[in-house]
Write a protein that binds this ligand. Structure first.
Ligand SMILES: NC(=O)c1ccc[n+]([C@@H]2O[C@H](COP(=O)([O-])OP(=O)(O)OC[C@H]3O[C@@H](n4cnc5c(N)ncnc54)[C@H](OP(=O)(O)O)[C@@H]3O)[C@@H](O)[C@H]2O)c1
Length: 334
């Protein structure tokens, strides 16, 4: 009998990295789609930093993954059975389909993707949710203007790499913050950022000052902690901070300290605004269209870090995000 291998959350993780014991990996029987439903054979699962927050019970922008439930994830695959008028067998789709081999869906929230334009893993990466986050977060929240200086942290990753390249398209000076010489080389030499700063090399403040001689107008913040504190002191008057992520705190075992330099928000009249990509759900087609056009024109370089091992590898591979071991968008092949 055909089965569906699934990763289920069975315990709320203790502070720190995910543990294997937080999950159970089980074979369920394969279900047929009902009327108005489809079944998707999943090919790739997107591993996203937000997963560490989705399993906690604290107040957030989505409900926590329930204990005993399939782990939430953006996944992409091919429709292999359909009783839905808008989806045919063979369509490629992506959406919140979970960490499993097959998903049954009523189609709500799914996006059809064109595999002649990009491989399936890219549709959960630079052309998928992380790309939409970069696009809307930078343009609608950061509001960069030509000639301004944009600083982005976690610059070599899924979101950061797109933020920097979009800011370049908009005529900005772009500085990326990343961990280690190889990631820094990647953002300048391969992605075309104007400068990079290695936060692991020490004296972040003076490195940043050298890279941003005219101060910082827009900060697209993915990391928080010391990086945000250092940036705050170099922001220009009326600068904008698009607060996209705080990954340095996601696996912290003690509550991270608040920004020490929050006073800069007052003295420099900064706007610091949080963003959640779900808020632009009704404009996703615009992001897909624009990112797809830039990608086809060769203006966006996108890379995936495609990991093998199927859904069984999920509990180990997801932790690569919080140790910085990924190089590009982290995706698990199913
Ligand atoms: N608000 C939204 O709607 C939304 C949507 C998607 C993503 N996000 C956020 O965007 C950020 C980036 O996500 P992504 O998917 O693009 O991941 P990613 O950048 O591809 O991977 C995560 C990277 O974060 C960096 N990192 C991890 N721990 C760190 C630490 N303690 N200090 C400094 N850097 C650290 C590492 O890069 P280095 O090796 O360079 O340190 C790591 O490779 C995350 O904060 C995520 O939560 C937000």
């Amino acid at each position: 009998m055909a089965t569906n291998r699934q990763v289920k959350l069975i315990a709320r993780p203790k502070p720190g990295l995910f543990a294997r014991e937080d999950f159970s990996i089980e074979d369920a029987s394969l279900t047929e789609p009902g009327a108005g439903e489809i079944r998707v054979k999943i090919e790739v699962v997107s591993l996203d930093p937000a997963m560490r927050g989705w399993v906690n019970e604290s107040k957030s922008y989505v409900k926590p993954v329930p204990l005993g439930g399939v782990m939430r994830a953006y996944s992409a695959g091919i429709v292999d059975a359909s009783s839905h008028p808008s989806f045919a067998v063979g369509d490629a789709v992506q959406g919140l389909l979970g960490v499993q081999q097959y998903a049954v869906s009523n189609g709500k929230g799914l996006v059809k993707v064109d595999l002649t334009k990009a491989p399936i893993e890219r549709w959960v990466g630079g052309l998928g949710m992380p790309g939409w986050t970069a696009y809307f977060g930078l343009l609608d929240v950061g509001e960069p203007k030509e000639g301004e200086t944009v600083v982005v942290s976690a610059a070599s990753g899924a979101v950061g790499s797109l933020v920097g390249q979009i800011a370049k398209i908009k005529g900005c000076r772009v500085v990326g913050i990343a961990g280690g010489p190889e990631k820094c080389r990647y953002v300048t030499e391969e992605l075309g950022f104007d400068a990079s700063v290695d936060y692991k090399a020490g004296d972040l403040a003076s490195q940043l000052k050298t890279a941003c001689p005219n101060g910082i107008d827009v900060n697209f913040e993915n990391v928080g902690g010391d990086i945000l504190d250092t940036i705050l002191l170099q922001m220009n008057v009326h600068g904008r901070i698009a607060l996209c992520g705080l990954i340095s705190g996601y696996t912290a075992t003690e509550a991270p300290p608040g920004p020490k330099n929050i006073r800069a928000v007052l003295t420099q009249r900064l706007r610091m605004q949080g963003l959640i990509v779900f808020d632009w759900a009704d404009r996703i087609p615009e992001a897909i269209e624009q990112l797809g056009t830039w990608h086809a024109e060769g203006l966006l370089k996108i890379r995936e870090d495609l990991q093998q091992g199927g859904v069984d590898a999920f509990p180990d591979v997801v932790n690569m995000l919080y140790t910085g071991s990924n190089n590009g968008k982290l995706v698990l092949k199913v």
